[in-house]
Ligand binder design. Structure first.
Ligand SMILES: NC(=O)c1ccc[n+]([C@@H]2O[C@H](COP(=O)([O-])OP(=O)(O)OC[C@H]3O[C@@H](n4cnc5c(N)ncnc54)[C@H](OP(=O)(O)O)[C@@H]3O)[C@@H](O)[C@H]2O)c1
Length: 286
């Protein structure tokens, strides 16, 4: 049996759908079975548990051989990962696939990279066979700019002229589904990117081309970005860490393009234009 954590979130839902598309039954750890029941497919067995409550994890792992460890963005993520890895050891899992992040490492220059680096180290030290999935930023993060694209034909970010290689969550899911169902991926670290490195000007140009109206990139200061994210309701700690991530992006260090979507996920990587086309209704003029 395969267990997913985070299976109701943006990435986890796509991973669950990819497994279902392959006809693979699996279990999903959820905090609220009633809330999750509506969106879970026929091949998904829901089990209640909470990564912050270690005592709830033993039953969820009963009979499980492989697991995806995906934690939400949270200051509690490292402790939750420690809880899960300890429970996975006790249950004798054969393979733990950790959903990590591009550039993860104990000495990564950005907070999320260091947080995932700590989780990776914990898993490496556990002795459990592992695979690290290290995706770059999700295309789907741009759905957060839908309101500004609808109302002002603009995307705003403290991105400058940097290029990075974001990736569609559906492509990450294809990689994860193959890693969870095949042998040969143990002890690997897969950096997962989109098919090209793009600047925000180029991203705006892709939006313009697909939506048929000019969309502009507005390079904003960190102060303006902070104000905008706080007004959008993001917690203050997370806003600072996102600004930290943009500082890292502006060094140009997140522009590598890799081929794991083709080689492991066995699909053609989704282009940014394709992503915009699939979500055109979200970006249409209000
Ligand atoms: N966004 C990006 O560009 C990006 C890029 C690379 C890596 N990442 C990494 O991706 C991860 C976030 O993925 P996502 O955006 O798919 O997350 P998400 O949409 O926020 O979903 C979070 C998931 O975690 C579950 N969850 C939250 N707290 C839990 C707890 N205490 N116990 C058990 N489950 C819990 C949620 O379940 P409920 O239904 O119960 O809320 C939900 O299924 C983070 O680790 C982030 O660093 C993100």
């Amino acid at each position: 049996m395969i267990l997913l954590t985070g299976g109701t979130g943006v990435a986890g839902r796509e991973i669950s759908m990819a497994l279902q598309g392959m006809g693979v039954p699996h279990r999903s750890l959820v905090r609220d079975r009633v809330k999750a029941a509506g969106s879970a497919g026929a091949l998904v067995e829901l089990v209640e548990g909470d990564l912050s409550r270690p005592e709830s994890l033993g039953a969820a792992l009963d009979g499980v051989e492989k697991a995806l460890l995906l934690t939400a963005v949270s200051p509690d993520a490292p402790q939750q990962e420690r809880n899960f890895i300890a429970a996975a050891r006790r249950a004798g899992l054969r393979h733990v696939v950790k959903f990590s992040a591009y550039g993860a490492g104990l000495k990564a220059p950005h907070f999320f990279g260091r947080q995932h680096g700590a989780g990776e180290r914990e898993l490496e030290d556990s002795g459990l066979p592992f695979t690290m999935l290290r995706p770059n930023g999700f295309f789907q993060n741009f759905l957060g700019s839908a309101g500004s694209i609808q109302a002002r034909n603009a995307i705003h970010a403290p991105a400058g002229a940097m290029k990075f290689s974001p990736v569609d969550v559906r492509d990450i899911a294809a990689v994860a589904a193959h890693v969870l169902t095949e042998d040969g991926h143990q002890w690997q670290r897969y950096t997962i990117t989109g098919p090209e490195a793009l600047s925000h000007d180029e991203i705006a140009e892709r939006f313009s081309r697909v939506l048929g109206r000019p969309i502009h990139f507005v390079d904003v200061t960190e102060d303006a970005a902070r104000e905008w994210m706080l007004a959008a309701g993001l917690p203050a700690w997370q806003v600072e860490k996102i600004l930290d991530l943009y500082r890292y992006y502006r060094t140009g260090a997140a522009a590598e393009v890799t081929y794991h979507v083709e080689c492991v996920g066995r699909k053609a990587p989704t282009t940014f234009e394709h992503f915009v086309r699939d979500h055109a209704a979200s970006f249409a003029v209000a």
